[in-house]
Write a protein that binds this ligand. Structure first.
Ligand code: GLN
Length: 310
């Protein structure tokens, strides 16, 4: 029996019930819209490489994508710069929090595209002469990954822009190092809008599946990014996607992933499936507590660990 057959009959509502019994973690309070999230929201979705979509209850409840957007911003920056983004941003794990106000020693580059410094820069590198043009390009690209039109929650974007002091600090730091050529405030505005894009577990799982399928959206059939871009993005998710928890994640889940402060996690198991989980209470590294438990269970029960026995 192949793993994809297992995923086809896997009971995601049963997994949802199992993880809902867990009660650790705390909802992010960096902006009011995240602080008021329902701590008992829990949705899961899997998208197989043949385009089959499996989901639990609440997989259609919208939430802001937050840092789960970072792999896709990196993909768009690689695409729009013809790969030059790889010279401008590092790809090494930091062992630090996602919003550390720190750049690579010596180069002044962001350490990797999965922390805020790197994501601010990838948002600035996508095509577009101003905030509105880059915002539109990002929304178009993210929608292609999701296979449906996505929208920005303007209130969330406004709060992120207003309250994201560390992001403003990082943008100014990159300006002072000569790493960032566009305006600092515009850079934060574009990043804030990218973080405020509304997804649900189902859409986020399709986005992950597009990376897992080498850049082709398995539901729409559209090639969104070239194979080498998808490979680069998934490689950096594997090493840096869960910030200073990336090593532990790789050992216990073993599937390239990106966490976010809204409690979403996107998974990309190359050649096998994409997945997403959302549950807002977070651990100290900003990873969904139930999301981690769900991903560990999915990995074990569907034999997804990239270094597993299979
Ligand atoms: N918008 C959030 C921030 O910049 C995203 C962080 C995250 O999800 N880890 O700070």
């Amino acid at each position: 029996m192949t793993r994809s057959v297992d995923a086809r009959s896997y009971d995601l509502d049963d997994l949802r019930e199992r993880v809902l019994a867990e009660h650790g973690g705390a909802v992010d309070d960096s902006i009011p819209q995240l602080a008021s999230a329902d701590p008992d929201l829990c949705g899961l979705a899997l998208v197989l490489t043949d385009g089959t979509v499996r989901h639990s209850a609440q997989a259609d409840v919208p939430f802001s994508v937050q840092s789960a957007v970072k792999p896709f911003l990196f993909a768009l920056a690689l695409l729009d710069t013809g790969g030059d983004a790889l010279d401008l941003i590092g790809i090494e794990p930091t062992g630090e929090a996602f919003d550390a106000v720190k750049l690579e020693t010596g180069t002044g580059r962001p350490p990797n595209p999965m922390v805020n410094a790197g994501a601010l820069l990838t948002g600035a590198l996508v095509d577009g002469d101003d905030v509105a043009a880059r915002d539109a390009r990002i929304l178009r690209g993210l929608s292609a990954f999701a296979g449906r039109q996505l929208d920005v929650d303007d209130d969330v974007a406004h709060s992120e822009h207003l309250l994201g002091d560390r992001n403003h600090a990082l943008a100014h730091l990159m300006r002072s190092e000569g790493t960032l050529s566009v305006g600092a405030d515009d850079t934060v505005a574009v990043y804030a809008r990218a973080c405020a894009v509304l997804v649900d577990a189902r859409a986020l799982a399709v986005m992950g599946a597009t990376l897992a399928c080498g850049g082709v959206n398995p539901v729409s059939g559209e090639r969104v990014v070239p194979t080498d871009v998808a490979r680069d993005v998934v490689s950096v998710m594997a090493t840096c996607g869960v910030y200073d928890g990336s090593g532990r994640w790789m050992r216990s889940v073993g599937v390239p992933a990106k966490s976010s402060v809204s409690g979403g996690i996107v998974l990309a198991a190359p050649g096998v499936l994409g997945g997403a989980v959302v549950s807002p209470p977070l651990d100290e590294q900003g990873t969904s507590v139930r999301g981690r438990i769900a991903c560990e269970a999915l990995s074990a029960e569907l034999d997804l660990h990239v270094f597993g026995s299979r």
